[in-house]
Design a protein. Structure first.
Length: 402
């Protein structure tokens, strides 16, 4: 028996993975339009965790698992950053024994358990007709699993790395780039005052877009990205040259968290992995800083150059969205509702070559979206190319079309 009363239909919406500015505007766009079209909207809390952990009993307290969304609620939250529905990195198809909800432990007692049947039953219990997940490749890959099992899914891409396949733009990317440029410019005064190298580690596990775009915009002299293993000696030489040419005697490099030394591998903080198999990255910026200082004397008359080392991390994903991350989520939310109203599902809303569109959700299982090194990255100069901008998309290197 469903716990909600159906109107024209019921739409479920959730946010999964990392938080980014722009999620709340997307939730608002979906909800406002849906309510005015006669639908009821249920916000599923904490990503896939909320719907997985729900108890199908009208006497149960499920307030931490879902909420009925209203116009007043989303209007207030739509101006803010983060996600008021909260989020998690839970993947219901691969739940470790210790993470199985208490009321399901007797039934699911293997080392790793697939709780997808419970998710589907819970969606049915809530009477959800269409599900709109907002997330990155990991969150949405599970949405594909649900779609293949009969759930009507319309997906919205979100990730500050901007690496979801099929779309030129993911919610959160513009604000991350904006924040990075702002923070770099603020730290210039310190780097210049002390005549140092400035090393900033930014997000980007597999794709270097968050390092490339700020560098292309002039925020940094060099950047190193996951798509190309860099020579630390060459980086030291280039930054020393940049520092020497700068009247303020400093130079800047942006380091993607997934960047790797030539002959090396990714740097992990620990061996713990999330539900999607990703170990926590962190530390490449520290190692780059140490190596730069130790090698710098060779290019500075025998005297080592000190380093200002800052990991930007959550500083670029917090706070309110910028203009693009207010407008695009609004459009994505309405695109999703257009599809719902037409009875269409199994789609991913996208922005391609400057125009809004939608693609089959199976595109999420395709080739990963990463920086095309040959086209956009100068492997000798360790920085983006500056040429042939005509007919490129807004963010230059995002289109997968040649």
């Amino acid at each position: 028996m469903a716990v909600v009363k159906k109107t024209k239909g019921v739409i479920g919406i959730l946010t999964g993975g990392g938080d980014v500015p722009g999620l709340n505007p997307a939730i608002r766009a979906v909800t406002i339009r849906a309510l005015r079209e006669g639908y009821q909207v249920i916000g599923l809390r904490r990503g896939w965790a909320g719907i997985m952990e729900m108890i199908r009993d009208k006497k149960a307290d499920n307030k931490y698992n879902y909420e009925i969304l209203t116009e007043n609620r989303v209007n207030k939250m739509g101006r803010t950053g983060g996600t008021f529905l909260h989020t998690s990195r839970t993947r219901p198809s691969k739940v470790k024994r210790d993470d199985v909800p208490v009321h399901l432990k007797e039934q699911y007692n293997q080392e790793v358990n697939d709780l997808t049947p419970e998710v589907i039953k819970n969606l049915d219990y809530l009477g959800i007709d269409f599900l709109i997940p907002i997330g990155g490749d990991d969150t949405l890959s599970y949405a594909v699993e649900l779609y293949q099992k009969g759930v009507k899914v319309v997906a919205i891409p979100k990730t500050m790395d901007n690496d979801v396949p099929g779309t030129d733009y993911c919610i959160g990317f513009s604000t991350a780039v904006t924040r990075t440029i702002e923070i770099v410019n603020n730290l210039r005064t310190t780097a210049g005052s002390h005549e140092r190298f400035l090393v900033l580690e930014v997000f980007g596990r597999y794709a270097g877009f968050t390092a490339m775009l700020p560098t292309m915009a002039g925020a940094a002299n060099r950047c190193v990205i996951p798509e190309y293993k860099f020579d630390i000696e060459r980086l030291t030489e280039l930054l020393s040259e940049d520092r020497y040419k700068n009247p303020s005697r400093y130079s800047i490099v942006l380091v993607s968290e997934g960047a790797m030394f030539k002959g090396g591998e990714m740097i992990y903080k620990d061996n713990l992995a999330d539900a999607y198999g990703h170990k926590k990255l962190g530390g490449i910026g520290d190692l780059v800083s140490m190596e730069l200082k130790n090698r710098s004397g060779k290019y500075n008359n025998g005297k080592k150059v000190n380093v200002v080392n800052q990991r930007l991390a959550y500083l670029v994903r917090g706070g309110s969205p910028d203009a693009i991350d207010s407008i695009v989520p609004m459009a994505y939310g309405n695109l999703a509702l257009d599809l719902v109203l037409e009875g269409v599902h199994g789609r991913l809303v996208v922005l391609k070559n400057g125009r809004y569109d939608n693609l089959p959700i199976e595109v999420l299982g395709g080739k990963s979206k990463t920086v095309d090194v040959e086209r956009f990255y100068n492997t000798d100069r360790l920085r983006p190319h500056y040429k042939k901008f005509a007919m490129k998309p807004l963010f230059i290197m995002m289109s997968e079309d040649r």
